[in-house]
Every structure is written in C-alpha cells, then in structure tokens.
Design a protein around this ligand. Structure first.
Ligand code: 4NP
Length: 161
C-alpha cells in the first residue's frame, strides 16, 4: 500500500490540512492509501491543528480537529513512499538530514509539483496571515491533494469521486 507523508514547519496549518483533505477523499473513493503529516520544528508537538486552519477547513466540509502534531523522524524516509513538502526551507532541511541522496531524490518533492511539475511553487506559511491567506492555502493544498487522488484512482482503475 502506498504511503504518503506531508511535511511543513509546525504540523498545525499546512501539512495536517493536506492529511485531512487526503483522508476525506481516500474515504470517499475507498482508496488503499496511507497518509500522515509531520513537522520540521518541535514547537507544536502533541497539539491539534491551528484553530484558524480547523475552521477554514470546516467551511469546506473537511474535519481535521482530531489530528495531532508530531515531528519528522529520520525513519520516515524509509517508512513513506513519497514525502511532500510545502516550501524550500522544508525541502532543504530534509535534504540535509536525509540518510542518503538517493532516498531524498526518490521520495521528497514539493506538493505543488503534483499540479505544476518542476516549478517548485511554495504553499505559503499562513501562520502570521489573514483569513484570506488561510483560504488561499486551502485552495492550493486542495488542488494538489485532489490531483493525487485523481492520479491514484486512475492507476487503480477506480472512478474518481
Ligand atoms: P505550518 O505553519 O508550518 O503550516 O504548520 C506554522 C505553524 C507554526 C509556526 C509557523 C508556521 N510557528 O512559528 O509556531
């Protein structure tokens, strides 16, 4: 079974949103996919997602309030098939701590490259932003995650809902 990990700085805004959107569509499409999310930094370990992310996601019928932040572990490089980061700083951090360059190159990519290949478009950090910034982040992550679901459904010869 394919295992996907989403990574951001705090694991309370962007990456748990990606995990929650994926869980929503995995359930809807009955797909055999495992997803998780993790933080680069330890600041919010054990916390639920940021209330602004929870509320914005709920507007779109995505429930993420049950998710709990954890920090990225070195063995995540082995455990997951793909590791999607939100921005350059996460990408570079994972490059530095990767056990080897091959694992890093094989597995780590920018989330938005799913939609816009090789462009390395960043999902901006909404933490110090406005309600509109949270909505923009939602739209970006939703676009990428539904694309992953669509591709995976096609590969499995299953209809995309
Ligand atoms: P995230 O957002 O990386 O999308 O979870 C942030 C959460 C917390 C902080 C920064 C970004 N912080 O500085 O505490």
């Amino acid at each position: 079974m394919q295992k996907l990990l989403f990574v951001c700085l705090g694991n309370i805004c962007r990456s748990p949103l990606a995990e929650g959107i994926m869980l929503h569509y995995i359930k809807k499409n009955k797909l055999p996919l495992i997803v998780d999310s993790a933080a680069i930094a330890p600041y919010h370990i054990g916390e639920n997602p940021d209330i602004r992310t929870i509320k914005n996601a709920l507007k779109h019928n995505i429930k993420i309030e049950h998710l709990i932040a954890r920090q990225f572990q070195i063995d995540d490089f082995e455990k997951f098939d793909k590791i999607y980061v939100m921005d350059f700083s996460h990408y570079e951090h994972l490059r530095k701590i990767a056990p080897n360059a091959q694992l890093f190159e094989q597995k780590v990519d920018y989330l938005m490259n799913v939609v816009y290949p090789n462009q390395n478009i960043e999902v901006p950090d909404p933490y110090y932003g406005t309600e509109q910034d949270f909505e923009k982040v939602f739209q970006m992550i939703h676009t990428a995650c539904t694309k992953i679901i669509e591709i995976y459904s096609y590969e499995k010869n299953m209809p995309f809902k």
